[in-house]
Write a protein that binds this ligand. Structure first.
Ligand code: NAP
Ligand code: ZN
Length: 350
């Protein structure tokens, strides 16, 4: 298969800073589109992957799965896009298309495993996939999104992961005008969860460890802010929420949040992957028919639905634009929750 070389930014090992490198992209096949990447959001998953927090990272690792850009080539069988169109790519660049999940537009739960935009198994070139911290990407057109033209393009990028990851559970758990929703953690995912839940008409509360974020949260659309380290504030929302979206990336005690669920309410974990500590107490779950659930990103059709909704409601991410060579510093700042509320790389700087 013919390939071409593009510049990228990636990590060579668990402890190495990200640096410039060259990678190969395939020439577009009949079903592919080639995209010049204009902006790429910086997700906490990029950092987890670059530093092998979850195990399984294959190096060199080129992260980036909040991609927006312009189409520079279309394969002969592609009718959905033309050269010059805006396009988005999220966390999924391929899926089997035939399993029960894929047949129901749930590519994120593809029973044969979806192909991640980075650190996935590259079906075309062998080896592993490289993400959006690069000049161009070539993607199967069925996994490419149409981007609303009326929104600020850089601020759209984070919708491709932070947006869909919070939209999907909000929709699955039927959030609407009569819902009481809470969001744990005001970061990239958290601030999108507030905006989207608000857009769907819900009453929204933020749980945060950081009192300094309260004003911002209100401006983003939160009706209430609860400082999770203050017991009296936690007590004031006992039994209140229908759905809680928990975006915290590291192990933490979820028991206090379960107390704040209404009867039949659901705590959806989207952040932390792994065993919970301290142990989950089932008593409030059993006595209140409460659930603890998880959710991963969203399907392609659902991602398009979210983008269209954002276009109609003028919803974008709050961003700080950075240059490619500022990425290592950005990771350190993300670890300190020092980002309002998503870094987006201007890819022209690579
Ligand atoms: P982020 O921007 O760093 O935000 C995380 C927020 O969680 C922080 O702003 C902070 O909010 C809170 N937090 C951070 N460390 C904490 C700790 N030790 N204890 C309690 N709270 C803490 O990260 P993100 O990009 O939103 O991603 C969040 C997590 O979701 C990551 O683990 C990421 O890998 C994962 N993720 C999952 C999916 C999925 O499909 N399920 C998709 C994308 C990302 P406060 O200061 O307000 O407390
Ligand atoms: Zn992500």
């Amino acid at each position: 298969m013919n390939t071409f070389t593009v510049r990228a930014y990636g990590a060579e090992s668990t402890t190495a800073d990200l640096k410039e490198m060259n990678i190969e992209r395939r020439e577009a096949t009949p079903n592919d589109v080639e995209i010049e990447i204009l902006y790429c959001g910086v997700c906490h998953s990029d950092l987890h992957t670059a530093r092998n927090d979850w195990g399984g990272t294959i190096y060199p690792a080129v992260p980036g799965h909040e991609i927006v850009g312009r189409i520079t080539k279309v394969g002969s069988d592609v009718s959905k896009f033309k050269v010059g169109d805006l396009a988005g790519v999220g966390c999924i660049v391929d899926s089997c298309g035939t399993c029960e999940s894929c047949k129901h537009d749930l590519e994120q739960y593809c029973l044969n495993g979806f192909t991640g935009t980075y650190n996935g198994k590259d079906k075309h070139l062998g080896g592993h996939t490289f993400g959006g911290y690069s000049q161009k990407v070539v993607v199967d057109s069925n996994h490419v999104l149409k981007v609303p033209e009326n929104l600020d393009l850089a601020a759209v990028a984070p919708l491709l992961c932070a947006g869909i990851t919070t939209w999907s559970p909000l929709k699955h758990w039927n959030v609407g005008p009569n819902s009481k929703v809470a969001v744990v953690g005001l970061g990239g995912l958290g601030h999108m969860a507030i905006k989207l839940a608000k857009g769907l008409g819900a009453e929204v509360t933020l749980f945060s460890r950081t009192p300094g974020k309260a004003e911002d949260a209100k401006q983003l659309g939160a009706d209430h802010v609860v400082i999770s380290t203050e017991q009296s504030e936690m007590d004031s929302v006992k039994g209140k929420f229908d759905v809680i979206i928990d975006t915290v990336p590291y192990v933490h005690d979820v028991n206090p949040y379960i107390t704040t669920l209404n009867i039949s309410g659901t705590l959806v974990i989207v952040g932390y992957l792994g065993g919970l500590e301290p142990i989950l107490n089932t008593v409030p779950m059993i006595m209140g028919r409460k659930s603890v659930a998880g959710s991963v990103i969203g399907g392609i059709a659902e991602t398009q639905e979210m983008l269209d909704f954002c276009g109609e409601h003028n919803i974008v991410s709050e961003i700080e634009t950075i240059k490619m060579n500022e990425i290592n510093e950005a990771y350190e700042r993300m670890l300190k929750s020092d980002v309002k509320y998503r870094f987006v790389i201007d890819m022209q700087s690579l």
